[in-house]
Design a protein around this ligand. Sequence first.
Ligand code: ADP
Ligand code: MG
Length: 354
Amino acid sequence: MGALTISGIRKTFGKLEILRGIDIEIEAGEFLILVGPSGCGKSTLLGMIAGLDHPTSGSIHIGDRDVTYLPAKDRDIAMVFQSYALYPNMTVAENIAFALEMRKVPKAERDVTVQRVAEMLQISHLLERKPGALSGGQRQRVAMGRALARDPKLFLFDEPLSNLDAKLRVEMRAEIKRLHQRTRTTTVYVTHDQVEAMTLGDRIAVMKEGTVQQFGTPDDIYTRPATRFVAEFIGSPAMNLVSAEFGAQGVQCQGQALAVTEAQRAAMAAAGTTGLAYGLRPEHLGFATSGLAGRLDIVEPTGPETYVTVDTAIGPLTARVPGAVRHTVGENVYLQWDPATAHLFDATSGNRLA
Ligand SMILES: Nc1ncnc2c1ncn2[C@@H]1O[C@H](COP(=O)(O)OP(=O)(O)O)[C@@H](O)[C@H]1O
Ligand SMILES: [Mg+2]
């Protein structure tokens, strides 16, 4: 068995089935991401791993131990949640040291840990303050410090960075990654942010409406999204997806032929595909002197690259091109791509075809 094994988890609230059969297994030391839009069931699932709630059916094992109905306090986990409760009458240092004190860790050792954690989180100057005298972002960092001070079997995070400003969020993301590389504590991290998911995860479970759409490495998820939903959810700017038909003429969209490879054609023929979604990542589209004609509609420079949106016969397509763009808005341009980079999904099921 893995370090954490989630088997057949279902959860209903009244008549609503919020989790519809979740299976995930990770190894010791892995950093697991649960990512998906708001309301898809991430926090509900994390709460069950934490022991704050029980599933309607299914089981959760930490190592070999069945913890499905074990109280939270007996699971040897540390949690950082979206809403955090610090002890208001204790200083920051006392808050961070509290769990260690409960476990009778000697004072000298506690002090060293508090200093180390405070330095990591850039809150050394706040150690003597009470939570009431801190900003929201500072309180969140203290809550993280409290979890980091312990040495649990499992770290659980629920959107710990969502209350921080953009710059701090990027810094803290790197801190969490560095921390994990050092401690190798098995971690489950909930986020709705696909960049956090890609940058932090060893493996990612992409969730939608109480199901896992795909469970894989960041590379799997990005280069071979299993469903149309995953394809659209992961990646920024998002993958371009156009509705198309497959028949004797090949793939057609709005009377326009879209090139496919022999392997893609064979996969669609074997699957009996008629309707499909044809997907192209923005980085796989480029300007050319021939190809798909269109009118340049939006130019968004970011510095190292530029996002351009072109109105074409098959709809607006966003391309991500290196450096600056010399074309001007309103100009007629051509886009080209290698058909091997196209992602094809069945129009009805949304499942990947090739
Ligand atoms: N105790 C509850 N009773 C009824 N519905 C709930 C309860 N907890 C969560 N839900 C519902 O379950 C769904 C998933 O919630 P949640 O797990 O918090 O989503 P996420 O964390 O992915 O945003 C939501 O529609 C939410 O309203
Ligand atoms: Mg949530």
